[in-house]
Design a protein around this ligand. Structure first.
Ligand SMILES: [Zn+2]
Length: 741
């Protein structure tokens, strides 16, 4: 046999054994590699995750008026947009979203919405949908105060409108535009707006209703991704003044504070309205019995104009109906400020098992989130019952009018939870849906646990179920429009939320996690964070490198599969301690949680840090057992995303129990004159080791006088009875080595 062959075999065998077992796909270099971040810190976004010293964002203030035709469903509106350019760039044009164009016949959204079974689009309604942009004018005020309006050219491409400015809008400059528009509301508007008939009149829920400026940022410049249905919104902050004119038998609710309640409510309702602002119990403002009474509306005018204001907001929505029951209660905020929880719903939704508790739910969840994360910033919070299953806007949400009990709590809590993501923390929903839905779903779990002593508390879905379900789906980091529609619920809501739960409970602990997550909200409140700003903030505040986690769970869809392969009692005596051997078979590393149950009846839980997998695919720990073990179970509470439970349990009598033998007779140095290497056997705490060329490998005892390289390709060492020689068996070849020392 040629010498080079033996050495070659050794190298191949040991390399293989060292890196991975035959069934593991784990690569610790890939999981823990440095260089996770594509972007390092710059003057706009710090490497610590906070906005940099030159962070900027543009601003959009709106004055809006609209009138509702409740017969045709047409909304006729006018907007004055004042846009401030805080970017370092001069802007020759502006881009605006005209999202009603999703419902135009030829829209891209309609082209990609399947013929049935989709939540998006208008469910096949044939109507004259889309934004009708009547005019765009530049408003200029001369020195003497004289205002002029100059028509501007604009180009509409699907749901986007480009407006060319007569001169570049310079850094620090402002421009005011007046836009007149109208549209006919779809009955079902992509589950975000629409019209619900009820016995006392239609409920109009109006959103995506006025041209809204696209975000211009330091990442992509203009964010002009079209509205196709799945991807939500990315909008600038500003102050809104809104006047809605509706038939006088209607009640209108909207984002923000109602500025003229005395003009739109009756004297009695006004009294109740004021009383609600002082009351922690829900106060009825217009009861079910009063809805059909003409006296429950101010008389004498065919229509009324409702005036609302909301500041530091990214959008506004409203609802209008003759059918509304209205009630309200005070919201108490940590700073001592008050807000007002309001509910508007039809008779069909009335009752203590349904919307009769909506205001209680609204108040409770907003008070919880304000205490826990960041104070609610708006003067009112209105929950509206209607056709929309559940949709969030600043200061107002739309929830399904048939929702009841825990279902109504869940949807109310979720939609108001969106106040924090994306209304306060204004991430780019259209591209990174998980940063609003996922984060919100996560905080909803804590809110639901807390509400009314856990009235609607539910056990969290096991991580392994989420991991198995999403294994063959897209990565979480995909844009919602880049996912199968059926996957959106899993990838945008469940999986990212479960990831945060794991990070909180199994990696950082609630105290470190909550401080980091709260810091993220505070840093990016009313700003536009990117995923890296979130990752950097969590790592910097919690003081932990989490690249392995982001990489596995968000960027990729790596499976996690830990296995327990065998145990061995020291000197075969359970009272002296136990060696437990684990393997990581999937691509995702994770901390280890294991329960050890003793035959004597006691049990204990062990936790190991993720670092055990930083340079190992197989790892043996020594634990101070005191008596014989009945079973060991990995991931006992299902808090880790292990996709294969079958290899998570070691049971006495079934699992491999390695025998600890007296190793001293096997130690020593063995050689063969024709082979230029020595085999050095030594005994360590946990077994017999072989040293070759200054590398050491632990051997597995196979019975008799035979030891093997674990996970290798059958390389074995069999000593003779006197341990004066041994036979090396590798790839069917045998070589004899003789004891030298
Ligand atoms: Zn949501």
């Amino acid at each position: 046999m040629r010498l080079s062959l033996v050495l070659g075999l050794f190298a191949a065998t040991f390399l293989h054994a060292q890196e991975k077992s035959t069934t593991s796909s784990y690569d610790y270099n890939a999981a823990f590699a440095p260089g996770f971040y594509n972007v390092t810190g710059n003057e706009y976004r710090s490497a610590s995750g906070q906005p940099g010293p030159k962070y900027w964002q543009n601003r959009a203030d709106y004055k809006l008026t609209a009138s509702l035709n409740d017969q045709t469903g047409e909304i006729i509106g006018s907007e004055i947009l004042t846009y401030s350019n805080n970017s370092p760039d001069a802007l020759p044009f502006l881009w605006l979203h005209i999202d009603q164009n999703l419902f135009a016949k030829e829209s891209r959204g309609n082209a990609v919405i399947p013929t049935s079974g989709s939540r998006n689009g208008a469910r096949g309604e044939v109507f004259d949908g889309g934004h009708n942009i009547k005019s765009v004018k530049l408003i200029a005020t001369a020195k003497g105060g004289k205002t002029t309006e100059t028509p501007l050219a604009f180009t509409i491409t699907d749901t986007r409108m480009q407006i060319k400015l007569p001169s570049h809008l310079k850094t620090g400059g402002k421009v005011s535009l007046k836009i007149d528009f109208s549209f006919v509301s779809p009955v079902y508007g992509s589950d975000r707006m629409g019209i619900q008939p009820t016995k006392n009149g239609k409920i109009f829920e109006v959103a995506q209703w006025f041209p809204r400026v696209c975000v211009y940022d330091d990442i992509r410049g203009w964010n002009t991704t079209p509205y196709l249905g799945a991807g939500e919104f990315y909008l600038e902050y500003g102050d809104f003044d809104m006047k809605i004119t509706a038939p006088s038998n209607h009640i209108v609710v909207a984002s923000g504070e109602l500025l003229n309640p005395s003009e739109v409510y009756t004297a009695e309702q006004l009294q109740r309205w004021k009383q609600a602002g002082q009351s922690d119990k829900t106060v009825m403002i217009r009861s079910a019995a009063e809805v059909t009474a003409a006296a429950s509306r101010p008389s004498g005018k065919p229509s009324l104009t409702w005036h609302f204001s909301i500041k530091n907001s990214r959008d506004v929505a409203w609802a209008s109906s003759a059918s509304f029951i209205v009630d309200a209660a005070r919201i108490n905020l940590p700073s001592g400020k008050k807000s007002l929880a309001i509910s508007a719903y039809p008779q069909e939704s009335d009752g203590q098992k349904a919307w009769g508790r909506s205001t209680e739910y609204t108040k409770a969840c907003i008070e919880h989130y304000s205490q826990k994360w960041f104070e609610y910033p708006y003067p009112a919070a209105t929950n509206v019952a209607g056709v929309v299953g559940g949709m969030e806007y600043p200061g107002i949400v739309f929830c399904e009018y048939t929702a009841r009990e825990g279902g109504l709590w869940g949807v109310t809590d979720h939609e108001f939870g969106h106040t924090w993501f994306p209304m306060i923390v204004g991430s780019n929903e259209r591209v990174f849906g998980w940063m609003d839905e996922g984060f919100n779903t996560f905080i909803n779990e804590l809110s639901t646990d807390a509400f009314n002593n856990g009235e609607y508390k539910q056990p969290a879905a096991p991580m392994s179920q989420i991991a198995m379900t999403t294994q063959n789906m897209e990565p979480v980091m995909s844009a919602p429009d880049n996912m199968k529609e059926a996957h959106v619920g899993w990838l945008v809501y469940e999986k990212p939320a479960a990831g945060l739960r794991m990070l909180r409970n199994e990696v950082l602990g609630p105290e470190r996690f909550d401080y980091a997550f709260k810091t993220y909200i505070e840093r990016w409140a009313f700003k536009h964070p990117q995923p890296e700003d979130f990752f950097h903030t969590m790592e910097n505040v919690a003081g932990e490198d989490l690249a392995w986690f982001w990489r596995s769970w968000y960027v990729n869809k790596w499976p996690m599969d830990q296995a327990i392969t065998k145990i061995m009692y020291k000197k075969n005596d359970p009272s002296k301690g136990v060696y437990i051997t684990l393997e990581n078979l999937g691509k995702m590393p994770a901390p280890v949680v294991m329960d050890i149950k003793y035959k004597a009846g006691s049990s204990e839980r062990l936790k190991l840090p993720v670092e055990i997998w930083q340079r190992n695919a197989s790892w043996t720990i020594r634990h101070a057992s005191t008596s014989e073990i009945e079973s060991i179970t990995l991931n006992p509470a299902g808090t880790l995303p292990d996709i294969n439970a079958a290899n998570n349990v070691w049971t006495s009598g079934k699992g491999t129990l390695e025998t600890d033998i007296d190793l001293s007779p096997y130690t020593g140095t063995f050689g063969n004159k024709q082979v230029p290497i020595k085999l050095v056997f030594s005994e360590k705490e946990d077994g017999l080791y072989i040293g070759i060329d200054s590398q050491e490998y632990r051997l597995e005892y196979k019975g008799g006088n035979t030891f093997a390289v674990p996970g290798g390709q059958g390389t074995q060492f069999t000593f003779d009875e006197s341990r004066k020689s041994l036979e090396l068996l590798e790839s069917g070849q045998k070589i004899i080595f003789n004891r030298e020392k």
